[in-house]
Design a protein around this ligand. Structure first.
Ligand SMILES: Cc1cc2nc3c(=O)[nH]c(=O)nc-3n(C[C@H](O)[C@H](O)[C@H](O)COP(=O)(O)OP(=O)(O)OC[C@H]3O[C@@H](n4cnc5c(N)ncnc54)[C@H](O)[C@@H]3O)c2cc1C
Length: 375
């Protein structure tokens, strides 16, 4: 008997889960992996695109390269999810599953921040990063704001990385002295679970004359006056606004009735939802880890082990630890590293490895090893 699994979303979580199930179950698996896009790209590759280091084509990994026992990739847009019947409808078909895995990530609600869609820029979507690639060369002086519009948001280090990379970009163009850079962040520190990483980032900001505005979000943008308005009413003038938009579940997830307080609740130990044989992994759930690829991947490992245990009537895996390694761009050809663990102890904890040029190779390997495994 084959296990029929339908995986919704071929991002970090969906690709890792499909790879594990294929490796472990092989011919006993009948897995359909569905995504609306034709290719995957790492979140961090948006920086390469936006700052013009790489072309869009160079960072895309095409799904038609996936050849794995028991796995079939379907390019289609999911239009409805029935978590009770475990039936998924797409624009072109219907899929029934024994086990359903929701790995649809987070979408952006640009309209939630008035002015952002009309005249701000965002670098969180691929299209937004591509647009900025055209916008940045025309910017030559003035105030740059990297502004978080709401929490939670993907990859908590990303706004800090954007500011540091912007510093490099402007320096290389010889116009840094004509520009000011500020970051608006909802947290008190850049990386709250790791005081050491935060300290290193704050030092890097100070050395580069980057202002860190803590414990605030950008509520709206007044385009006529070119000001960003913060949650306490404070106004910050800007010439270039780089926004991190409000995040939300994809509309199809919202319509499925699986969400509570905006995200899909799951059992923290094994990523099961309230619905039998339905799992939710990655950014789409509210498990309590940050929204980042490494955590989606870790969740995929535990969910895959749980699915296999149920199929083979084996033992459930040890509980999800909510741990992972995040690489942090410091600019100037240096990358730092933070190993974070959210669930093992009484409070989240992160260990910092100082930024160095050596870690650039580690980060590269992080990407290339996943490419080799998933594609
Ligand atoms: C600028 C930036 C830098 C980042 N840097 C890092 C980093 O260094 N390290 C890190 O770990 N994380 C990083 N991230 C975060 C990371 O990219 C995400 O957290 C991660 O991709 C989440 O994985 P996921 O599997 O939950 O969802 P995703 O990878 O977003 O995958 C979801 C998939 O679902 C598909 N989908 C959605 N709706 C539908 C639909 N209706 N029908 C069909 N398909 C659909 C999408 O096309 C997508 O492929 C970064 C993010 C950004 C924006």
């Amino acid at each position: 008997m084959k296990l029929r699994v339908v995986v919704l979303g071929a991002g970090f979580g969906g690709l890792e889960l499909s790879t594990i199930l294929s490796e472990k179950l092989g011919d006993r698996l009948d897995l359909t992996l569905i995504d609306k896009n034709d290719s995957f790209f790492f979140g961090f590759s948006k920086f390469d695109v936006m700052f013009g280091h790489k072309s869009s084509e160079a960072v895309r990994l095409y799904y038609n390269r996936i050849v794995k026992p028991g796995v079939k990739f379907i390019r289609d847009t999911i239009t409805s999810i029935d978590p009770v019947g475990k039936i998924v409808t797409t624009q072109n078909g219907t899929y029934e599953a024994d086990v359903l895995v929701i790995a649809l990530g987070a979408d952006y609600d640009i309209a939630a921040t008035p002015g952002l869609g009309e005249g701000g820029n965002e670098f969180y979507s691929f299209a937004g990063a591509e647009r900025l690639r055209e916008v940045l060369p025309a910017f030559s002086k003035g105030k740059v704001i990297v502004g978080v519009c709401s929490a939670p948001f993907k990859c908590p280090p990303a706004p800090s990385e954007a500011a540091l990379l912007m510093h490099d970009y402007l320096t290389k163009r010889g116009i840094r002295n004509e520009c000011e850079i500020s970051i608006v962040m909802p947290f008190g520190l850049p990386i709250p679970p790791s005081p050491d990483t935060s300290k290193a980032l704050l030092k890097a900001f100070e050395e580069r004359n980057i202002s860190f505005i803590a414990k605030h979000v950008v509520k709206s943008i007044d385009l006529s006056r070119h000001v960003a308005i913060l949650d306490d009413g404070m106004e910050m003038p800007f010439d270039l606004f780089l926004g991190i938009p409000k995040h939300r579940v994809p509309e199809v997830v919202e319509k499925s009735g699986m969400t509570e307080k905006g995200w899909i609740p799951v059992d923290k130990t094994n990523l099961k939802t309230h619905f039998p044989n339905v799992y939710a992994i990655g950014d789409v759930n509210s498990v309590g880890t940050p929204k980042a690829g490494v955590f989606a991947e870790g969740a995929a490992k535990v969910a895959a082990a749980s699915i296999i245990a149920e199929f083979e009537s084996g033992e459930q895996p040890s509980p999800y630890k909510g741990n992972g390694t995040c690489y942090v761009e410091f600019g100037d050809g240096r990358v730092g590293k933070v190993d974070v663990d959210f669930f093992s102890g009484p409070a989240p904890i992160g260990y910092y490895t100082e930024a160095s040029s050596d870690l650039v190779a580690d980060k590269k390997y992080f990407g290339s090893s996943r490419e080799a495994r998933w594609f």
